[in-house]
Design a protein around this ligand. Structure first.
Ligand SMILES: [Zn+2]
Length: 305
């Protein structure tokens, strides 16, 4: 039997993956650090006019996040306004921004870029398609696959609470200061897997599972503020951290929670001990990353490509 939390019998929050397919020119972000806008302004002014590059791209980000489940961290000229498929993308005072694409995102997205004093410009982003694994788990007790009414009511209440936490839209900028792995251990479940429980298709796996023994310290993947510290039916004891601009991480099946809601945490700070609470087949950390309520693949973000 595979480890990892059995999937919920209900659809989770819908991915906000309405790709807009308009016949715009294809545009991809340039490699990180090559945008002149990333240079300090004073350095730019000091360059002789002949050496000045073409006018700075207002926005730059690496290509690697332009994929289903992908997380994009970018840099814009301060004052730039952005919107992805009509949704506002926060830009920090220093120009940092983030967005992501759901597991089932369409093949394209449109990023609207408005530089100060200029007209909006639309850029079409190609979103690469991915193949997802299939995970079949059989022989589960029927109650674990189809919960009774009282349990269902609890699940729905918890889902709403989690939805509120994940919708947090703060000006924190922990997301822009880098991510670290929340645990060290064998990966026992990957993002995006299709799940079939007792022969019934269920929602995909929206996290990354680390097989770690109960009692292992769990670390905040980035700096932020705790928005949820609670005990849930599926997730067991869980913590959600807001890293700003809609970017948040979730840690589930904990045996002990060491933080409180509202608490500010640093990157790599211990927040809990791992465990096997909630619906699990063994001790592990279920770790999720999302942009608002769009689940993203945490693996390339916390473990590298
Ligand atoms: Zn999991």
């Amino acid at each position: 039997m595979a480890t990892g939390a059995p999937a919920s019998p209900l659809p989770e929050f819908p991915d906000e993956s309405q790709g807009v397919q308009r016949p715009l020119g294809l545009w991809r972000g340039g490699p990180e650090g090559q945008s002149p806008s990333a240079l300090p302004r004073r350095a730019l002014l000091a360059l002789p006019a002949l050496l000045l590059p073409r006018p700075a791209r207002a926005v730059s980000f690496p290509d690697r996040g332009l994929t289903q489940g992908g997380f994009v961290l970018g840099q814009a000229a301060p004052g730039t306004r952005l919107a992805l498929d009509g949704r506002v993308v926060r830009v920090s005072a220093e120009g940092a921004f983030a967005f992501g694409f759901g597991r089932d995102h369409a093949a394209a997205s449109v990023l609207a870029v408005t530089q100060p004093g200029q007209r909006p410009e639309e850029r079409r982003l190609a979103v690469a398609r991915r193949q997802w694994q299939e995970q079949r788990i059989s022989g589960l007790p029927p109650a674990q696959v189809t919960p009774d009414e009282a349990t269902l009511a609890r699940i729905l209440r918890e889902r709403e609470r989690l939805g509120v936490a994940r919708a947090t839209d703060s000006a924190l900028t922990g997301f822009a200061q880098g991510f670290t792995a929340p645990a060290t251990g064998r990966i026992s479940g990957v993002f995006g897997s299709r799940r079939v429980l007792n022969g019934q298709p269920r929602q995909p796996h929206y996290g990354l599972d680390f097989a770690v023994p109960t009692g292992t310290p769990m670390l905040a993947a980035a700096a932020g503020r705790v928005t949820l510290a609670a005990s849930f039916h599926f997730f067991g004891d869980l913590v959600v951290i807001d890293h700003g601009h809609g970017v948040n991480t979730l840690y589930a099946h904990l045996s002990r929670i060491d933080v409180q809601e509202g608490q500010v945490v640093g990157r790599g700070e211990r927040i809990a001990l791992s465990g096997a609470t909630g619906r699990v087949t063994g001790p592990h950390l279920h770790f999720s990353l999302s942009w608002y309520q769009v689940w993203l693949d945490p693996q390339p973000v916390v473990l590298g490509a």
